[in-house]
Write a protein that binds this ligand. Sequence first.
Ligand SMILES: [Zn+2]
Ligand SMILES: [Zn+2]
Length: 479
Amino acid sequence: MSAVQHPAQSASAPSPPPSTPPPQQQQPTQQQPTVAVPLPSGGNHSGNHSSNHSSNAAGSGASGSSESDIYGMLVVLGCNGHLPGDSGAGRRTSRLLLRRRPNGGNALRPTKKQWRATSIKELEGCRPQASVSYTLGRNQGFVVVEYEPDAQCDMFQVGRSTESVIDLVVSDSTPPGESAASDSTISRYACRILVNRTPPYTPRIFAAGFDSNKRIMLGEHAIRWNVTTDEVDGLTTNGVLINKPVGGYCPGSQPGPWFEVSIEGRLYPMREHRATPSHSDVLHAVDNSLIDGTVIDLCGVCLVYRSAEGLRRSPTLLELCSRVESLNQTHILCPVRYQTLVIRKPLQANPASAAGGGGSMPDDRQPYVYTGCGHVHGLHSWDRPGGQQQPDRRTCPLCLQQSAFIALRLGEEAALYLDRDGMPNYAFNPCGHMASELTVKYWSALPLLTASQLRPLCPFCSTPLATPATIRLLFQSDI
Ligand SMILES: [Zn+2]
Ligand SMILES: [Zn+2]
């Protein structure tokens, strides 16, 4: 193990949570259900296409809360604003609004107390009210680090477990056309996010989450090291990675490098292989705070964090509908069939098919595009030598260039848009999800880790992008 520098020695390193009030003031125990709700002002930012989502704030005891209570939002990539079976009332949803918990903070922070337990029996017997236990190896016992309530922070947890301590329940996102892994690689308690309850509400991410017994138990394959004589840190087996956009999530920004987050919130370079049992030196130039547009990789599913301010810069669902309406009003014509094509508005989309990037029944006004040239047509049978089985061998009637011919559909998760005003006149190849130029170009430049390889994916449906990754759409009015 290489020696590491304590992050407190660096101004930009992850800062430990502030000191807490006396224990009797702390109310750490009860997890409040936190659910997806629209941002209260600026239109419907929720992307959830049913109004029943809006009633959930009261259900979490947030009545009387205001927009100033909103920290930000976690958006699950690949869901396109819909999750099959999502009623909007549960914790298995495509987006989670992070807002100030009405009944006080539920966060936990490490104390300086740690000890060795030589057996499970001893571990069970000495368990404090909250702890992180590191398994030292077969028959070598455990290192137990005591945790205590931190009333100045709210904690939100993400994972595969359906226990109430998990605020956002996630499952593996399998790209369309790829077989799902037989065993999920997402941890039941994958990560936790702590947000200061007072402005500026800086959210910070940590690997691993607490179970309902307020315990994190790391197996012998998890990496562990001593940061100082009285401080231990470690990495989870499959790791939690983050990517912060350089320059913010706004026009002109670029995806940043990937870093791995430790249990205590330090950042390390990505391991060469995800489960490689080693870690590098701490990087001091970055910390574990989440800025607008930070992508969080939980080994099987990715999330993007949008700050409350960032959401205000994103289009609302109504604005997305308005952009589509503007395109439709130009009376896009199929150059072959001379038929007016219609792009479906978000509210008209079929939720069951939207996330899959395919499968929706095309109607005769559905727009299609040749991926090589960008010419938009209706579905036509001209030059279809390979039939339905070989859609990538079509010749565009306008420019005679051969390429795939794919259906176009709007990227409907408004929180993924990089700019508020851009028209959805670009598309991802090969899934055909339309979005603004800046949005499409940003995500096509961000390699996401799937199936042990880094590759750009469509953020709306998780389809790996082809070459070229983006298509500039040429509607008939552009020709
Ligand atoms: Zn063409
Ligand atoms: Zn897509």
